[in-house]
Design a protein. Structure first.
Length: 332
């Protein structure tokens, strides 16, 4: 079976290019407008982009490969700690530590996925759940406390930027994260549109027929598990760049649940929907807190139920259906 790198021959795209141009112009306009924002809204926007990358990685596994994971908070933690350790102990700059963390997460995800993906779906979910629960405790282990900082974690310095950006470091960090999010999106789109992506579709939709035709289902799913872990690890690494702090308590099992909620809210089979799901899990708790100090989770739960009933295919599916209705029934 060919590897990922040898199979990136894109499918022909029939849709027009103007939506992409419109999205690019809107994104550049938003980034320019955000130059005058204060630190907190810039941080919130950065978190939306970071969680969007993580959810996009989860979508590659859940929506496009048909596997379930309850342990992606572990890969988020590995990416974050890899970047923090490389920067704090070895003095590596972030622009080297972040891609190194993503590569490390791909290797860890590939090695974990190879035996785990041979398990039935329920046991795969349980094994990833176990990894998510164990990881924060393992980071506190006395034997590696000198490396990870133990319960106190690791504090890093904010990245320095030259020229006029020296006083707008928060905006510059958001732009860097946005560039990484765009690169991750284009890479995922390229992979799914390639011959390898068609093999992934076959392994998900008709696994028995694909296996009978000679397709190595486990190898395909293992590679996708590694890619999914790499995307989530990239998000974890960028979270360290944005927050300059990492500790075991930053990666509870609830983080895995939040990523899974964001995946289903945005749409499990949508790359751009991952950022809608990220906006939901980042902004909705803050809005609920501002509306009610006594019952914020009640408001969050009601908002989640509203999305589930009104948009069962996710927000991206709901928006796509509205767009199809509009284009199929143009106004006179």
């Amino acid at each position: 079976m060919n590897t990922i790198a040898s199979n990136l021959t894109a499918r022909p795209v029939a849709s027009s290019a103007w939506p992409r141009w419109a999205a690019a112009i809107a994104g550049l306009t938003l980034l320019t407008w955000a130059f005058g924002w204060q630190s907190y809204p810039l941080y919130v926007m950065t978190q939306v982009l970071i969680f969007g990358i993580a959810i996009m990685g989860l979508n590659l596994l859940t929506g496009y490969t048909g596997q379930i994971s309850l342990g992606h908070s572990a890969f988020f933690a590995i990416g974050a700690y890899a970047t923090a350790v490389l920067s704090h102990h070895l003095g590596w700059p972030f622009y080297v530590g972040v891609p190194a963390a993503a590569v490390l997460c791909f290797v860890v995800g590939f090695l974990f996925g190879f035996p785990a993906l041979r398990l039935p779906m329920l046991y795969l979910a349980l094994s990833t759940f176990a990894v998510a629960v164990v990881t924060p405790q393992a980071l506190k282990w006395k034997r590696i406390e000198g490396l990870t900082g133990g319960v106190q974690g690791i504090i890093l310095e904010k990245p320095a930027f030259p020229g006029v950006l020296a006083d707008r470091a928060d905006w510059a960090i958001m732009v860097c994260v946005a560039a990484c999010a765009l690169g991750a999106f284009l890479l995922a789109r390229r992979i799914l549109g390639s011959q390898f992506g068609r093999l992934v579709d076959a392994s998900r939709d008709q696994p028995l027929a694909a296996a009978a035709g000679g397709l190595n289902i486990t190898a395909i799913r293992t590679q996708m598990f590694g890619l999914s872990a790499a995307f989530t690890g990239l998000a974890g690494a960028l979270s360290v760049v944005a927050g300059q702090f990492v500790s075991p308590e930053s990666f509870p099992f609830l983080l895995s649940i939040s990523l899974l909620v964001g995946s289903f809210v945005g749409g499990v089979r949508s790359l751009w929907g991952a950022f809608l799901g990220a906006a939901f899990i980042v902004l909705t708790p803050n809005m609920a807190e501002s509306l009610s100090k006594s019952a914020p989770w009640l408001i969050f739960g009601l908002a989640l139920l509203a999305v589930v009933f009104l948009a069962p295919n996710g927000l991206s599916g709901w928006i796509a259906s509205l767009w199809r209705r509009r284009t199929s029934n143009p106004q006179p």
